[in-house]
Design a protein around this ligand. Structure first.
Ligand SMILES: NC(=O)c1ccc[n+]([C@@H]2O[C@H](COP(=O)([O-])OP(=O)(O)OC[C@H]3O[C@@H](n4cnc5c(N)ncnc54)[C@H](O)[C@@H]3O)[C@@H](O)[C@H]2O)c1
Length: 345
């Protein structure tokens, strides 16, 4: 089988989740790693036995590279992806699709024009528990979904922000907890709820990290969907440890509960365990979810078979719209006028 040539741009924290998966895939070959800090690119090129570059634009000239993974700060996703897509390169970008709704809209246009595909890494959609929840909703086995809730209680230290200063800033991260850590859970909530988002209430605060970041470290939201489903959400980076994401879905005839990364069915007074999390093959931190490998392999399958990948610019924009909807709801709740807005440029 001829291998699909790959490059990864950004050799930081998440890089390894992509590089290890590529190394294990027979149908793909990591040919180039890129980082604006040459020492990082050089180091990873040594580990993975490939070439390295400092400027991602060199990829535009390389016929042997078909898929480019973007593992860069948020504000770089859309611009890099647009250039690469225009050159016919398939792009798999880390979440979020972009750092603002405006940048995401521009990227959607570029993706629609390109012959190549854009995929976005929402790996938790591939977790066995997520798939089982989705199947339960679609099959109506427990009747209609009525309401659901999600809670994310994680810890981020000051060093997490000070060591990588693009984090914690509106201009480069596009927000804080909501756009970076809890966008996965917000994506799941809206995917499970179905329907269009009709009403968003919520608020953001900076409970403990205000000395280091200008964005939020804590948020809550109440989301109403056009099909009558209501979702409640709470998230914080102000806990002192990283706990597994908790989910609860109330159906007409039963409850699904995700806790300790396990999925349970509560029905007729009985509690049944439906699944346990698979161990991460790529060494991912468990609270990130363990499904990078499944998503990356699925993206390459779609590229090879020339079939549209489902987590595209449109689909991944839904979670970003939700994030920005909560920012807007929070501003309105606080009575902040448009002229006072702190926003990315
Ligand atoms: N899916 C997940 O669970 C998950 C987990 C962690 C991070 N992420 C995402 O991964 C992305 C990167 O996050 P991170 O934590 O690895 O960040 P990081 O700061 O650790 O790494 C980013 C890297 O990009 C490099 N870089 C910056 N500008 C560049 C440029 N112009 N060209 C080439 N390289 C450049 C930096 O030098 C750095 O090595 C973000 O979108 C983040 O949200 C996803």
């Amino acid at each position: 089988m001829e291998k699909t040539g790959a490059a990864i741009v950004g050799c930081g924290t998440i890089f390894e989740q992509h590089a290890r998966v590529l190394r294990a895939m027979e149908e793909a070959e990591l040919r180039l790693v890129v980082d604006s800090e040459p020492s990082k690119a050089q180091r990873e090129a040594g580990v993975y036995g490939c070439e390295w570059e400092q400027d991602y634009r060199t990829i535009l000239e390389r016929a042997d590279i078909e898929v480019v993974h973007l593992c860069t700060p948020h504000h770089l996703h859309a611009g890099m992806a647009e250039e690469l897509l225009a050159a016919g390169k398939h792009v798999l970008t880390e979440k979020p699709v972009a750092h603002t709704p405006e940048a995401a809209a521009s990227l959607r246009t570029a993706a629609a024009r390109s012959t190549a595909q854009l995929g976005v890494v929402f790996q938790n959609r591939y977790n066995e528990s997520s798939r089982k929840i989705r199947e339960t909703i679609d099959s109506m086995r427990l009747g209609r979904l009525l309401c659901l809730k999600g809670a994310v209680t994680w810890a981020r230290t000051p060093g997490y922000y000070t060591e990588n200063p693009w984090r914690g800033r509106w201009e480069t991260e596009g927000g804080g907890l909501l756009i970076n850590q809890t966008i996965h859970t917000l994506d799941l909530l809206q995917w499970f709820a179905g329907g269009e988002i009709e009403r968003i209430a919520g608020s953001i605060t900076t409970d403990v990290l205000g000395e280091y970041i200008e964005v939020e470290d804590t948020a809550h939201a109440c989301l109403d969907f056009s099909n009558g489903v209501r979702a409640l959400f709470y998230g914080t980076n102000a806990y002192l440890t990283n706990r597994p994401v908790e989910l609860e879905l109330i159906f007409e005839q039963g409850i699904l509960l995700q806790r300790q990364d396990r999925l349970y069915l509560l029905q007729g007074g009985e509690e049944t365990e439906l699944c346990r999390p698979a161990q991460s093959a790529s060494g991912a931190k468990s609270y990130w979810g363990v499904s990078h490998g499944l998503l990356i392999q699925d993206f390459y399958r779609h590229v090879r078979e020339n079939k549209p990948f489902w987590l595209d610019a449109e689909e991944s924009s839904r979670a970003l719209e939700l994030v920005y909807g909560i920012y807007e709801a929070s501003r309105q709740a606080a009575g902040i006028r448009d002229s006072d807005r702190v926003q990315p440029s």
